[in-house]
Design a protein around this ligand. Sequence first.
Ligand code: PLP
Length: 418
Amino acid sequence: MPASGSPSLTAPPLDVDAIRADFPALHQTLYDGRPLVYLDNAATSQKPQVVIDRVRDFYARENSNIHRGVHYLSQQATEAYEQARETVRRFLNARRRTEIVFTRGTTESINLVAATFGRSRLERGDEIVVSAMEHHSNIVPWQMLCQERGARLRVIPVDDRGELDEEAYRRLLTERTKLVALCHVSNTLGTINPVQRMIADAHGLGIPVLLDGAQAAPHLPVDVQALDCDFYCFSGHKVFGPTGIGILYGKEALLDAMPPWQGGGDMIETVSFERTTFNELPHKFEAGTPHIAGGIGLKAALDYVEARGRTALARHEDALLAYATERLTAIEGLHLIGTAREKTSVLSFVLDGIHPYDAGTLLDRLGIAVRTGHHCTQPLMQRFGLPGTIRASLAFYNTTDDVDALVDGLHRVRSLLA
Ligand code: PLP
């Protein structure tokens, strides 16, 4: 699909046609031959051919278990997996490779911190601060922990634009606060939170901060040293890599002090029936055979993004977001939910008199993939008094043509359903 321009949009400084050629899933037709318009990138992104090839090649030629074999294949696989860890370290600008723990995804990373750091530190009467725009995976693990410990979850309110109330946040921070757990970018609103400032506020009182970077890592440069966050989590499948692989970054001193989580192979140093000693970081948190192909595939995805130029990709997405915002808000009866001043390319909206699910189903018949519903942010939906929204989320391979197809589709939806 050509990356056509609009008169109100300066041409994106990116060869989007060349980029699209790298993603085979984008070139299919659905139903009665309609070209796929994929606008569900916040749920998961498509994979470039280099990632697909890398995973296939691993299974075809290198497949072996890692860390404990002396034979050739095991050494090759171990080296590839540990190189992937180094690539993630660079992607996040972490200080050390030992600060990068492979998990199954953002959800597992957060659960790991809750089960180890949280369980070892939280006492009755303590508090954990989250925001009203969190994904369920950055609410429920803390809620479960609070219930277990007799602790309390405190919630930073969100204003009508979809921005956090920072005054209220500062008031929530007290000597009872043991952790702030906050999304870097909201999956429903697209809001980029002022995390640098919020981390500084928390650190002023000695409170550690976990950032859920699931929606930030695919769009923004992330520098954990500059942010000075204590934990950072993201998922491979949202950054153009495989499913089932994710990352927990933690400052070394914190990870070192935390008890291990799951027990099993690889996370131990010695085992006897009397006593077990644990492996060094990061292996202490990586029990059992990991998703080796996933880690290696993630490296291929991050290398791809790096090679295409993170700044150029982000610039294209920003231009596309501006274009999509302009075009969508011109549709009668359409209301954007989430109009923060700092946003990534997520457009949540409702249409007067039309249920999001009906709109999503009709758009699907036109080949347009959007998400409808609560987007795993039910408390946020309650805050806005909505059962759900329609969410179009963009990636760097999307074009103004994709946005135009969505707008045409929405006019069709309105003519049929309104
Ligand atoms: N946090 C945010 C902000 C998300 O958008 C998502 C997924 O949509 C998650 C966490 C959970 O990610 P995963 O399902 O990959 O663990």
